[in-house]
Design a protein around this ligand. Sequence first.
Ligand code: NAP
Length: 365
Amino acid sequence: MSDDATAKNKSPLAGVSLTFLAPADDAQTTPSAAASPDARSGEPISARVVIVGSGPAGLTAAIYTARANLGPIVIGGVVGGGQLMITSEVENYPGFPDGIQGPELMGLFRQQAERFGARIVDADVDRVDLGSRPFRLWAAGVEYLADSVIVATGAEALWLGIDSETRLRGKGVSACATCDGFFFRDKEIAVVGGGDSALEEALYLTHFASKVHLVHRRDAFRGSKIMQARAAAHPKIELHLNRTVAGIEGKDHVEALRMGRTDEPGEETIPLDGVFIAIGHRPNVAVFRDWLETDEKGYLRAEGATTASNIDGVFVAGDVDDHRYRQAVTAAGEGCRAAIDVERWLEAREPHETEKTAAGATTSR
Ligand code: NAP
């Protein structure tokens, strides 16, 4: 989202064909819930593995499990594709030396999964019952019965929720310094937040920006002491404590930040080129909360060095269990790990059944 990128893309999705959201022509390999013959019959749809989520983790798991002849069904969400669907230029995903638009990258993930026979349903999971096998999941009025489940529902960045932030998202407003920092070389920017994410992003962004304004609503940071000390001592970082974001100015791209005060009346405006919101993330765990263990931050918990959850046969992958790295490439890697864990788990449980179903899946396609 450099000025370059901003100028090129009036919106983060401008000029990108949204193959991800387009209904698939080939109903054999890509049925929607409504188009599926099984769904029309009102009967539950059975699968060896159901993957919930269609970001890099979910679709990588789909590629691997499809190639293992497990006939995966991906319940990908009404708005699938994850966080990359709201990212403009992606320059750090390996294999794309000239960068690629986030939605285009996710369209390619989807094509690759469908090529091997993954069935992708553009619906949200409303409810699950993981109490016994087969596991039961409901989405858009259709019931799915799954021998195994991969949960790859991701995490959402929290936003301030003001109009100007929404309007200028992808046009100078970002929630990912690692993704977009590079575009602000020699520019003046602000980071909003007072936790470790904000402190870390402010420090990281000093590698690119000429100046970083760190804006926090209280007079004390929530983040760790060492990070606070580093930020306070950094010559490129200016602290603005007791400040709220009253508005982000600019028509087609960010031009200034308007700040209110929490300690006294008054407002001030700083001209700048970018605003990074770093006020935390929320993992998308709602339908799984009653079943799967979460850590103290609310993220799903994987057991040991694998992707296994606390329920035998349910695996977790991607940002929903990772508050540390949160990158497309790490999520894709986790999707691969979960797929391999599922394949081994199914094989260990019912080796003959796996072969039989796999053969059936192959001939039916
Ligand atoms: P966090 O600790 O929850 O901090 C969120 C910050 O944003 C707080 O300072 C909060 O202000 C502020 N905030 C929240 N909503 C706001 C709003 N609507 N308007 C303005 N400010 C708002 O989140 P985080 O920084 O993402 O960290 C999450 C967890 O990950 C933490 O446990 C953190 O230690 C960990 N983490 C660790 C590292 C590291 O070790 N390298 C890096 C990043 C994150 P208040 O303080 O006033 O509530």
